[in-house]
Structure formats: structure tokens, C-alpha cells
Design a protein around this ligand. Structure first.
Ligand SMILES: *Cc1c(COP(=O)(O)O)cnc(C)c1O
Length: 389
């Protein structure tokens, strides 16, 4: 096959001229710190998600971390989470001095298993952090109702799930807290950025304090006022604030969300069509019912090496030589060096997660991937499977 000239970057963001103009406007405004554009960004976010409260921070990691801190989770506590996630979901638990308890996932979807969640609940369990993997809503109603019964806090890692809904209700709004990411590969990006939502005003107030050093009023409202105001330190807070420069990049992307989702949906269908019936290639399940919307954040296939005649890593390498960037979401976290050694996990402990871990491969899927790009990826996958070396 003819190799494309330029490399197809995995997770390349779509930045419009309007986004660029807004950033330039901010640069010229005389204020690039946390200020009016962050407030505007929070307002747009609340509108989108249908949340009364949204606290902008500089990453999803910061948002998750604040949630655990506000819930006063610490040494002696356990937090249940999924091993099929980005390391930060569990790192923040360790930062609090608490113990992450990984439970197995559903083989088909990679989302946390409700049965395994129930089995893992013990006297030290304080919270659960599920992930809506790839943009597919996890069994959130079951998880929320069990969490309520057992008095366990629910913090949703909605980093993949900005557009995800169940009966019109957004991912991130079912729990005590929801955390979102605006990292460059996510569907709305501010370069770096995150959002914490909650229905609890007292928690939100604490999050607003903790995101900026724990001091009584943010820098912008101090500079804005004529009179000098002293500030008070209420808590030893963090440096987790989002800047106007970052918010400016994201402000206009809210208007594009629906259009971009429709574009990714079309590419998703294109992949499904082009890759069906390939031996050893399992496509993402189409469990889509009328009730839920999948954010189409990641198109992840599973490669069964015994049937395909090639491993995931080999296919990934071959695609790279054909100028295609791919991703792995994710290698099971309980077997990463730190977690394996520190919490004594062994291969075989979480079989579904490990099965996915060695087989999953995400193909390029963002709104600036063209249907020709997808056609090329499909051709490259087929070519590789037919020309094994
Ligand atoms: C991207 C991601 C994060 C981290 O987001 P940041 O904004 O980079 O901190 C957390 N969880 C999941 C599942 C992610 O994909």
C-alpha cells in the first residue's frame, strides 16, 4: 500500500480561529490570570452539564485531588477504583495517604464491574472513583445507589465523558463530585485544565479556596477593587487555579461540542463498517440504547493475537511505520511498577483488566480526523493483517 506522507497524529485537537482570537484578546486585555474569562468558562460549563456549581481548576487530576481532600479522605481509608484508567485517578488517592483498591472491569466495555465493586467494599471503604471509559457511561445508577446505601462517597472521573449522558443527565452529575479534563487530547481543550462539579455549596466553597492557596479572595477580585484588601489564609491550599489565558482557549469550543460529536460519530460508524469481520479484531460494543449518549472520545479495538496472528504491540508498531499514531487506554494500573510493588498486586489478580490491557488499541478519532484518514487507517489495519511477517 502507498504510505501517507504526513504522520496522522493521535488526539490532535481542533483549534479554531475564533479560539485563537480569544486568546489574543486576553493577552491584550491586561489580565491573563484567573479572572472574568474563567468565570465565563465556568458559566458555559454549568449550562452544558446542567450543574448548579462548577469550579475551574488546572487539571482533572487537581479536581479529583480536591474532591478527596474536601471529603477528608486520608490515612487508614480505602478508595475503590478501576485499573483501566490514567495513573492520576489512583495517584491522587495515594497523595492523600489513603489506599487505592483496584477492582476488575467488564471485559466488553472496560468499565468498572459493579459486582466487583460490591465485593471490595469493607469497613475502611470511604469512596469510589469510577471512570466512564472512552466516553461510555459506566453502570452509574447501580454504583450510585450502592454507594448511597453503603455510605460511600462517589467521585466520577468524567475525563472522557464531557458529552456522555444517561436519560439526558450528564456523566459527572450522579455522584458527590464530578471531575473533567481539558487536556490537549480531550474533546474540549484549554491546553491544560479541569473542572470540579458538586451539588454541595459548602464543598464548592472549600474547593474555591483550596484551588488558590486557601486564601480568602482570589487575585482578580483583589486587583479589581479600588481599596486594598487583606487576605486571610483559611487552609494550606494549592496552586490549582485555571488562568484566563487557558479559559479563553476553551470558551468558544462549547458552541462546537455537538458538531464535533456528530463528526466523531460519523468516523466511528466508518471504522465499524470498515473493520467488521476482520479475524481477531473485536470492535467496541454497540450497547447504545435510546437512553444513553456515548461521547465517542476513544475508538478502541481489541486485538486477539491468537486469531489475528499479531499482537497489539506489533500492530501498533506496524501502524506507526505506516504513519499512523495510536494510543493505549490503558495498561492495567495495578501492574504498573509502583502499584504492583506498593500494594502487592500479582498478574492474574484482575483478569479482565489484564486481558484488555494487552489487547486494546485506540485509533485516531478527533473532529479533525477526516474520513479519508479513517479510510487510510482501515486500509492499513487490513494490509497489516494480510501481510504478516
Ligand atoms: C486525561 C485523564 C485524566 C487526567 O486529566 P488531566 O486533566 O491531565 O489531569 C484523568 N483520568 C482519565 C481517565 C483521563 O483520561
Amino acid at each position: 500500500m502507498e504510505i501517507r506522507k504526513n504522520f496522522l497524529v493521535f488526539g490532535k485537537p481542533t483549534i479554531s480561529e475564533e479560539d485563537i482570537a480569544e486568546v489574543i484578546d486576553t493577552l491584550r486585555s491586561g489580565w491573563i490570570g484567573t479572572g472574568p474569562k474563567v468565570l465565563q468558562f465556568e458559566e458555559s460549563f454549568k449550562n452544558l452539564i446542567g450543574s448548579e456549581i462548577a469550579v475551574a481548576v488546572n487539571s482533572c487530576t487537581a479536581a479529583l485531588s480536591l474532591a478527596l481532600e474536601i471529603l477528608e479522605i486520608g490515612p487508614g481509608d480505602e478508595v475503590i477504583t478501576t485499573p483501566i484508567t490514567f495513573p492520576s485517578t489512583a495517584n491522587v488517592i495515594v497523595h492523600r495517604g489513603a489506599k487505592p483498591v483496584f477492582v476488575d472491569v467488564e471485559k466488553e466495555t472496560g468499565n468498572i464491574s459493579v459486582e466487583e465493586f460490591i465485593k471490595a467494599i469493607g469497613s475502611k471503604t470511604r469512596a469510589i472513583i469510577p471512570v466512564h471509559l472512552a466516553g461510555r457511561m459506566c453502570n452509574i445508577e447501580d454504583i450510585a445507589s450502592i454507594a448511597r446505601q453503603r455510605k460511600i462517597f462517589l467521585i466520577e472521573d468524567a475525563a472522557h465523558a464531557l458529552e456522555t449522558t444517561l436519560n439526558g443527565r450528564h456523566a459527572g452529575t450522579f455522584g458527590d463530585f464530578g471531575a473533567y479534563s481539558f487536556y490537549p487530547t480531550k474533546s474540549l481543550t484549554t491546553g491544560e485544565g479541569g473542572m470540579l462539579i458538586t451539588g454541595n455549596e459548602a464543598w464548592a466553597e472549600k474547593a474555591r479556596l483550596l484551588r488558590l492557596h486557601g486564601i480568602s479572595s482570589d487575585a482578580w477580585s483583589r486587583f479589581e477593587k479600588q481599596d486594598f484588601q487583606h487576605y486571610e489564609t483559611y487552609y494550606p491550599g494549592h496552586k490549582y487555579n485555571l488562568s484566563d489565558l487557558q479559559a479563553a482557549l476553551g470558551i468558544h469550543q462549547f458552541d462546537q461540542i455537538e458538531k464535533k460529536l456528530a463528526q466523531r460519530q460519523a468516523l466511528w460508524d466508518f471504522y465499524n463498517n470498515g473493520l467488521k469481520d476482520l479475524p481477531g479484531i473485536l470492535l467496541p460494543p454497540d450497547s447504545d440504547d435510546d437512553q444513553s449518549v456515548h461521547a465517542r472520545h476513544l475508538y478502541s479495538i481489541y486485538i486477539e493475537p491468537e486469531i489475528a496472528g499479531i499482537t497489539r504491540d506489533q500492530l501498533m508498531k506496524r501502524l506507526r511505520t505506516l504513519n499512523i499514531g495510536t494510543g493505549i487506554h490503558f495498561t492495567a494500573l495495578h501492574l504498573h511498577k509502583y502499584y504492583k510493588e506498593q500494594f502487592d498486586y500479582q498478574p492474574g489478580d484482575l483478569p479482565n483488566a489484564e486481558w484488555i490491557s494487552s489487547r486494546t488499541l485506540s485509533l485516531p478519532l478527533t473532529s479533525n480526523v477526516s474520513s479519508d484518514d479513517v479510510k487510510y487507517v482501515i486500509e492499513a489495519v487490513k494490509y497489516t493483517l494480510q501481510n504478516l511477517i
